[in-house]
Design a protein around this ligand. Structure first.
Ligand code: DCP
Ligand code: MG
Ligand code: MG
Length: 364
């Protein structure tokens, strides 16, 4: 059975958040600028909305140039912390759809992530498309932002598919369609190929992905070394076995689980929460780390996801604290809505190695 992987990328992310915060600018060109320490003159465009893109403005362009092209656009400074908060909430929503209780999830930048849904979709690409629609509706309903989704049998294909129809699109590439999808693509479009590789391939007479796929692997290995050469051949052939796995997973330990049936009965919810806490704490112990943040997630019967976190003043590794704070947060979450819960999760983050520190109990 083919894997099914989604890649989600938010549309004109920073500028879309600014539009949402101030709807009066929605019909105008909006440009978000990263000003350097040289002030407004030295800045570069972080991103812009699609109206500004039609005028020729794009990321990394000097702001001064953008202003000369379109003096009547709205220019706003980057508010990275604010966008990060929005991103964190979106990532929680996306994670809640991933197989393995949210384990098969990989955030790759502030506005994009891979979600494996092979099991969730029962291996069926049509069902995967329905899930993609639900995710888009969920993100739109919760954060009032749109995203584009690529669906494919592996990460490379999913990633390239998501940029096919932007904004607000879904692009589905089945296993059997991978060859056609890649065929006439220039090598520069293959995810993972940068300018240097592109130039080197061009010198070898390779311009398209299909040319690369047909190239003798030995020739690629001679030019790029074993690992990279083999990877190029595989990627161009649409083969990518790399797992969906959080790179920063080392900084978080969490678990999610479904309630036996949708409910908001406190004792049922808390007893599942306790099981999850015990499990998470076991892993904390196993890795000999302390944590500084605690996050509880609930997914309501209508699939709406809500997340709340607490950051402690210093790292701890105490089960009682984890239990206590998880309960507090869960009580708040139960209070905040009358809907039944479908799934719940608990996660600790901001991990630090416990350097031989012992808890009080271990001294006796
Ligand atoms: N970003 C940045 N500087 C860049 C590229 C991006 O600061 N050179 C920031 C701003 C973007 C965010 O990262 O909003 C996400 O990058 P994307 O490449 O996904 O671009 P957008 O989401 O803005 O647009 P698109 O709709 O094309 O995805
Ligand atoms: Mg984006
Ligand atoms: Mg992106």
């Amino acid at each position: 059975m083919s894997r099914i992987i989604l890649h989600v990328d938010m549309d004109y992310f920073y500028a879309a958040i600014e539009e949402r915060e101030d709807p009066s600018i929605k019909d105008r060109a909006v440009v978000v600028c990263m000003y350097s320490n040289r002030g407004e003159e030295g800045g570069a465009v972080s991103t812009c909305n699609y109206i500004a893109r039609e005028a020729g403005i794009h990321s990394a362009m000097p702001c001064r140039l953008a202003k000369s092209i379109k003096p009547d656009a709205v220019y706003l400074p980057v508010r990275k912390e604010f966008y990060t908060e929005v991103s964190d909430r979106i990532m929680e929503i996306l994670r809640s759809y991933a197989d393995g209780d949210g384990e098969l999830f990989e955030k790759i930048s502030i506005d994009e992530a891979f979600i494996e849904i092979t099991d969730g979709a029962g291996g069926d690409f049509d069902r995967a498309e329905e899930i993609a629609k639900r995710i888009k509706a969920d993100v739109k309903g919760t954060e009032d932002l749109t995203c584009s989704v690529g669906i494919g049998p592996n990460k490379i294909i999913a990633k390239m598919a998501s940029s096919r129809q932007k904004p607000d699109g879904i692009t589905l590439i089945r296993d059997s369609e991978v060859g056609d999808f890649l065929k006439e693509m220039p090598v520069s479009k293959l995810w993972g190929i940068g300018n240097v590789t592109e130039e080197k391939l061009s010198e070898m007479g390779i311009e398209t992905v299909s040319q690369l796929a047909e190239c003798d692997v030995q020739e690629l290995i001679e030019a790029f070394g074993k690992t990279r050469g083999t990877w190029l051949k595989m990627a161009a052939s649409g083969i990518d076995d790399s797992p969906v796995k959080e790179k920063t997973a080392s900084d978080q330990i969490g678990r999610m689980a479904s309630l036996i049936h949708d409910t908001r009965k406190r004792d049922l919810v808390m007893s599942l929460l306790d099981e999850l806490v015990v499990d998470v704490f076991g892993k904390v112990r196993g890795r000999n780390v302390s944590f500084r943040s605690i996050t509880v997630t609930v997914i309501h019967s209508n699939f709406r996801t809500i997340t709340r976190s607490r950051t402690l003043s210093h790292p701890v590794a105490e089960k009682e604290i984890l239990l206590d704070i998880s309960h507090q947060i869960m009580d708040e979450l139960l209070d905040s809505s009358t809907l039944n819960l479908r799934r719940i999760g608990v996660r600790v983050g901001s991990l630090q190695e416990s350097k031989g520190q012992k808890t009080l109990a271990e001294f006796f």
